[in-house]
Design a protein around this ligand. Structure first.
Ligand SMILES: O=C(O)c1ccc(O)c(O)c1
Ligand SMILES: [Mg+2]
Length: 630
C-alpha cells in the first residue's frame, strides 16, 4: 500500500506542511483547496515545491455540492469542475475528490447522481483526470458508502471511482461487510481517521475531533480488515481534522501520522495473517512487565532533601554506582535511582528541569527487539557512554526529553543492580521498609497538544491498551486524563493534560519547564500499616477534608469504625462492586512532584471519584499565584 497524508491534518503554511510531510517520510500528499488558495504563488509553484521534496500529489480536494443539482446550478457546477481540472493540471494531480452534496438545493435520486458523474467522467477523461466520490456522513442524500458505491457503479465510467473514508462509515455504524465485495480497482483512494467516541453531530465531530488511527475509539481495524479482503493495494491517506493538531507542531504531528499508519498496518497484518505490501518487518509490540526503576535527576541540595523523603517512605540506599555519583534506593520491588552525577544526560536534564524524573525503565521480554520496533516506528533511540564493565541499557526518548530504558533478562540487563552498583548491605533479605511493594502506576503531565502524541507512542510500542479519556475537575480547570495499561495491570501509566494554565497539571509544566512524571503511585500490601510507619517516620500526608468522610458515610456501607480509620490517616476510598481501593498522598515536594500510596483489593481503576478531592486538597496547600489564597 502507498501511504499519504492530507495537508488539512497539519498546522502551518502550505510550505511548512509539505516540508513536515516529506520529513516524516511520506511520499504522497492530499492537497486541500484552502491550503492552495491561501498560498502566495501559482499552482505551478506548489508543484515545484512538491516535486523538490520528492512528494506526489495524490488528490486535490474537496470538490463540494456537485451531484444532483437542478439547473442553472448544474451547469455552473460543471463549469466550476472544469476550472478545477485546469488547476489540477498545473498542479500535476490526476485525482479530484468529490464529497457528497450537502446543499439544500440538491435533488435526490441515484440515477440522476450517476448521470452527473458519468458526464463528469467524460470531461475528466479528456484531461487525463480521474474523479473519486466520497459519502460524507452528513451528506444530504448520500451519506453511506454503499450508496456512493451504487452511484459510482451506475455512473459506469472508468474515470469515476469510489473514495472510502473510515470516519464516515464508522461514526454512522454503517455495516462494513459491503466493502468486501467492492472491486479493488474501483476504489481510487482510502482515507483513514479515528476519533474518540462522542455524542455529537457528525459534522462537528469530524471537523474538530478526528485523530490518527490508534488514538481514538473507532473500529478502524475492522474497517481495514474489510478493505484488505478486497485485495486493495492502493492509496491509504490520513485525513485528520483536529483542533489539537492545528495548534501543535506540524513536524511532530506528521511523524505521529507516519507512526500511526505503520502501527495500524502492522496490527492488520498480525490480525489477519495476510501480508501488507511495502510494510517494514516490525518486531511485535513489547510485552511489558512493570517498572524496573525510576531515575531522578538531582543536584546535591535537591538530593539531600529527596533522600530524606525516600528514607521516610521506607526506602534504603541499596547500592552506590561504581563510577558515577548515583545511588540506588530500594523497597520491595521498587527501585529508585538518584542521579547527581556532574556529567551526562541526567545532569543536563537537571539543569533544564530542576529536580525531576529524567528516566523510567520498563521490564520487557526482549530489549533489543523493543528498540528495533521503536526505531522502525520513528521513535528516537538514545545512547550515552558507559563505563567499563557497566551495562549498556538501550533507551528511547520519551515525554519531555526524558528517557525510557528497556531492561530484560534475555540480554542480561536484569544484572544491572549488581553490575553497575556496589551494594551497601542495607537492603538485606528481611528488610521490609514501610511495606511498599511495587510501582502501581506513574502519572505524566503534558501539554494538551502533545497528549495524543504520547498516547500513540505508548500504544504503538508496548502491548498496552488505552482506557477512554476522562475529564477530571481541578479547582483551576478541567484536566483530561487517559490511562495506558497492560492487560495484567503490571504496568499502568496515566497521561494528564489541561487547557487551563491554572490546574496542578499545567502548573507542574511551568515548575519543571516541561512535561514529565508528576507522581508515582506505590502499592502497599497493607496501606494502614504503611501509613502508620510513615507517620512514625515523620512523613506528612495530604490532609483530606472532613466533608469527604461525611459523604463516604452517606454513599457507602462502610461502618463508622471503618470510616474513622480512613479519616484518621487521610486515606481515600473507592469501591467497584466488591473490589476496594485505598489511596493516600504525600504532600507535594519541590518541583510539584508527589508520591501516592495505594492498596488494591481486586480494584482496577484509579479512584477517579476521589481525584477532585485530592486536587482541591493539593491546591489548598499550594494555591496558584493567580488564585486568591484560601
Ligand atoms: O468536512 C468536510 O467537509 C470533508 C471534506 C472532505 C472529506 O474527505 C471529508 O472526509 C470531510
Ligand atoms: Mg474524507
Amino acid at each position: 500500500m502507498q501511504t499519504a497524508i492530507a495537508t488539512v491534518s497539519l498546522s502551518g503554511t502550505l510550505e511548512e506542511k509539505l516540508q513536515a510531510i516529506a520529513a516524516a517520510q511520506f511520499k504522497g500528499v492530499e492537497i486541500f483547496e484552502n491550503d492552495l488558495l491561501s498560498f502566495n504563488g501559482t499552482p505551478a509553484d506548489v508543484r515545484r515545491i512538491i516535486d523538490d521534496l520528492g512528494l506526489k500529489t495524490i488528490t486535490f480536494q474537496p470538490f463540494r455540492d456537485f451531484e444532483g443539482m437542478p439547473e442553472p446550478q448544474r451547469s455552473k457546477v460543471f463549469d466550476r469542475a472544469e476550472r478545477k481540472f485546469d488547476l489540477m493540471q498545473e498542479l500535476n494531480c490526476d485525482l479530484l475528490l468529490v464529497c457528497s452534496n450537502v446543499s439544500p438545493h440538491s435533488l435526490g435520486g441515484i440515477d440522476r447522481a450517476a448521470a452527473d458523474f458519468h458526464e463528469l467522467g467524460e470531461r475528466a477523461a479528456r484531461r487525463g483526470i480521474r474523479v473519486g466520490f466520497e459519502a460524507l456522513a452528513w451528506g444530504r442524500h448520500i451519506n453511506d458508502y454503499r450508496d456512493a458505491w451504487e452511484v459510482v457503479r451506475r455512473a459506469n465510467h472508468p474515470s469515476i471511482g469510489l473514495v472510502l473514508d473510515s470516519f464516515h462509515a464508522l461514526v454512522r455504524a454503517t455495516p462494513l461487510g459491503a466493502i468486501r465485495s467492492i472491486p479493488k480497482d474501483r476504489i481510487f483512494l482510502v482515507q483513514v481517521a479515528d476519533a474518540p467516541l462522542l455524542d455529537m453531530d457528525y459534522l462537528s465531530w469530524s471537523r474538530h475531533y478526528r485523530c490518527f488511527p490508534g488514538q481514538g475509539d473507532l473500529a478502524v481495524d475492522d474497517f481495514m480488515e474489510a478493505l484488505q479482503a478486497t485485495g486493495f493495494d492502493g492509496l491509504i491517506s490520513l485525513e485528520i481534522f483536529n483542533d489539537r493538531f492545528r495548534a501543535g507542531s506540524a513536524r511532530s504531528v506528521a511523524v505521529d501520522g507516519q507512526r500511526s499508519l505503520l502501527f495500524m498496518l502492522d496490527q492488520l497484518q498480525r490480525r489477519t495473517g495476510n501480508d501488507v505490501s511495502g510494510l517494514p518487518d516490525l518486531p511485535p509490540r513489547a510485552a511489558c512487565h512493570g517498572v524496573e526503576f525510576v531515575e531522578f535527576a538531582m543536584d546535591e541540595r535537591g538530593a539531600r532533601a529527596f533522600e530524606q523523603v525516600l528514607g521516610g517512605l521506607g526506602f534504603v540506599k541499596a547500592g552506590v554506582h561504581r563510577s558515577k555519583d548515583v545511588t540506588h534506593w530500594r523497597q520491595g520491588g521498587i527501585n529508585i535511582v538518584v542521579n547527581c552525577d556532574k556529567e551526562g544526560f541526567a545532569h543536563s536534564f537537571n539543569i533544564t528541569h530542576g529536580p525531576s524524573v529524567c528516566a523510567i525503565a520498563l521490564r520487557v521480554d526482549d530489549a533489543p527487539a523493543t528498540i528495533e520496533r521503536a526505531v522502525k516506528l520513528l521513535d528516537q533511540p538514545f545512547r550515552q557512554a558507559v563505563g567499563p564493565g557497566e551495562l549498556d541499557i538501550p533507551a528511547v526518548r520519551g515525554l519531555g526529553g526524558s528517557l525510557i530504558y528497556f531492561v530484560d533478562r534475555k540480554s542480561g540487563l536484569d544484572r544491572l543492580w549488581d553490575a553497575d552498583f556496589e551494594p551497601t548491605g542495607q537492603a538485606s533479605g528481611d528488610f521490609v521498609g514501610a511495606g511498599l511493594i511495587a510501582v502501581d502506576h506513574l502519572s505524566q503531565s503534558m501539554h494538551y497538544e502533545e497528549m495524543l502524541t504520547w498516547l500513540l507512542f505508548y500504544v504503538s510500542l508496548l502491548d498496552v491498551r488505552k482506557t477512554p479519556a476522562q475529564n477530571v475537575m481541578d479547582p483551576g480547570g478541567v484536566v483530561q486524563s487517559q490511562v495506558v495499561e497492560t492487560e495484567d495491570g503490571t504496568f499502568r501509566l496515566a497521561l494528564n493534560a489541561s487547557q487551563s494554565r491554572h490546574t496542578q497539571a499545567s502548573r507542574f509544566l511551568t515548575d519543571i519547564f516541561g512535561s514529565g512524571v508528576q507522581h508515582i503511585a506505590l502499592a502497599a500490601s497493607d496501606i494502614f500499616a504503611t501509613v502508620e510507619r510513615l507517620r512514625a517516620n515523620g512523613v506528612e500526608l495530604l490532609p483530606i477534608p472532613e466533608n469527604y468522610y461525611d459523604d463516604l458515610e452517606a454513599r457507602t456501607d462502610l461502618s463508622a469504625e471503618q470510616i474513622d480509620q480512613l479519616r484518621e490517616v487521610n486515606v481515600l476510598y473507592d469501591r467497584d462492586g466488591t473490589a476496594e481501593f485505598f489511596q493516600a498522598y504525600t504532600k507535594t515536594l519541590e518541583g510539584g512532584f508527589f508520591f501516592e500510596i495505594v492498596e488494591r483489593r481486586g480494584y482496577e481503576g484509579f479512584g477517579a471519584v476521589n481525584a477532585p478531592i485530592r486536587l482541591a486538597a493539593q491546591t489548598r496547600l499550594a494555591p496558584p499565584p493567580t488564585m486568591p489564597r484560601l
